[in-house]
Ligand binder design. Structure first.
Ligand code: MET
Length: 422
């Protein structure tokens, strides 16, 4: 079989041994970060929960800490203390870097911790200005514009990036497809406009299965790993895929500020990566079909679905969007995305609530907009539920879960049975 570097699902030679055939992304997803296991007599990755690492050689530890302070290079051998590194987390970082086609990756406690670290690396160099394109995820927007880190932001459209750059610009930030409108940006054109300023591309929605921003010239590829990388709605995390030079600065910031990924999260994220390609392809096929059906629904004014594909759909409803989120039964009415189950939320109320209302509107986030994260259920079941909620009819399917007011409910359609909360 011919190995073609042109296929987007093929890893490039930059991420494999020089004399090895490039491995397909699906193969890397299953094997990257696990190459040493068989030699250790293991099949599953070991979970190292250590907070500290014993050593009788204090002078040696001092030298290792000095080396980390000077370089930010990964530790060889035990990392002294859990905030400096963790072998289980390192496996996830290795695997994600391989999938994104970068030299390195650095994991954090959440996507917001990861973005914060990128900003702090540049701020520490006196580069506090950021050029950014709306929309971004609401809390990313808020972190840049809220002043907490002393960031100064210039919002522009992609065509205005080159003119917005200043001597103190530390980063250019874009998200494509964007949260929540799914607006797409030509990453190669933007990277070109950035010149020598690093482009940070949030690749949470596309994942490396659909798009590898580093190949388009992005120096930093950001993920909320909570979403597709984990894939099961049970782990919070963030990660930056980048060159080793930037990774070293990120590790130093991570050590200083403490936003580390928990080892169990690292374990779950590594396991999630193994199924990322099949999950993305299956959910994307369902999302494409749902976007076609939504476009023909009388209750829907407009559908947004990326050229790139993917498992996210956004749509503007003609009626009250709150009635639609309250009306679904099979679909989970909840923020977040990328889980095996389908989630529906109202961005103006939740994911983008922290963005000023006028800025939301300017970014295309209307009050009528709903965001659907398509999971792995059968397309006909999902459509039946969506169609019923959009039409104001009761859905025949079971409600997955509806937490309300701190009480727990086990709910079948039409028969709420409140139980005492904990
Ligand atoms: C706290 S709100 C948002 C969580 C997540 N980043 C999303 O867009 O759904």
């Amino acid at each position: 079989m011919t190995r073609s570097a042109a296929r987007p699902d093929r890893a490039t030679t930059a991420v494999t041994a020089p004399d090895a055939l490039p491995r397909a992304l699906a193969t890397e997803a299953v094997h990257a970060g696990r190459e040493d296991l068989a030699a250790q007599g293991l099949h599953a990755a070991p979970l190292d929960l250590s907070t500290t690492y014993p050593s009788a050689d204090s002078r040696g530890e001092a030298a290792r800490l000095d080396a980390f302070a000077a370089t930010g290079a990964e530790f060889e051998g035990p990392p002294v203390y859990g905030r400096l590194g963790n072998p289980t987390v390192a496996r996830f970082e290795t695997a994600l870097a391989r999938l994104e086609g970068t030299e390195s990756a650095v994991a954090f406690a959440s996507g917001m911790a990861a973005l914060t670290a990128c900003l702090l690396v540049r701020h520490a160099e006196g580069l506090r200005h950021v050029v950014a394109v709306r929309p971004l995820y609401g809390c990313s927007d808020h972190l840049l514009s809220g002043g907490l880190l002393g960031t100064e932001v210039t919002w522009t459209d992609p065509a205005g990036i080159a003119d917005a750059l200043r001597a103190d610009t530390g980063l250019v930030m874009v998200e494509s497809p964007a949260n929540p409108t799914l607006a797409e940006t030509d990453l190669a054109a933007v990277a070109h406009a950035c010149g020598s300023v690093p482009l940070l591309a949030d690749n949470t929605f596309a994942t490396p299965v659909l798009q590898r921003p580093a190949e388009a010239g992005a120096r930093l590829v950001l993920h909320s790993a909570t979403k597709y990388l984990g894939g099961h709605g049970d782990v919070l995390g963030g990660v930056v895929a980048c060159d080793e030079e930037f990774a070293r600065r990120l590790r130093q910031v991570r050590f200083t500020t403490g936003g580390v990924l928990h080892p169990l999260a690292g374990y779950l994220l590594l396991r999630g990566l193994a199924t990322l390609p099949v999950r993305m392809r299956a959910a994307s096929a369902t999302a494409a079909e749902l976007s076609r059906r939504l476009a023909g629904h009388p209750g829907v004014a407009r559908v947004h679905y990326p050229q790139l594909g993917g498992a996210m759909v956004a749509f503007e409803v003609r009626g009250d969007p709150h009635d639609v989120t309250a009306g679904v039964r099979l679909i989970t009415p909840a923020v977040s995305l990328g889980s095996v189950d389908t989630l529906l939320q109202h961005p103006a109320s939740i994911s983008h609530r922290v963005v000023d209302a006028a800025d939301r509107t300017a970014g295309g986030i209307s009050e009528q907009l709903l965001r659907l994260s398509v999971g792995l259920e059968d397309v006909e079941d999902l459509w039946q539920d969506l169609d019923a909620a959009l039409s104001g009819r009761p859905s025949p399917t079971l409600r997955a879960s509806v937490p309300a007011g701190g009480r727990r409910y086990a709910v079948a359609a039409g028969a709420a049975a409140p139980q005492a909360g904990p």
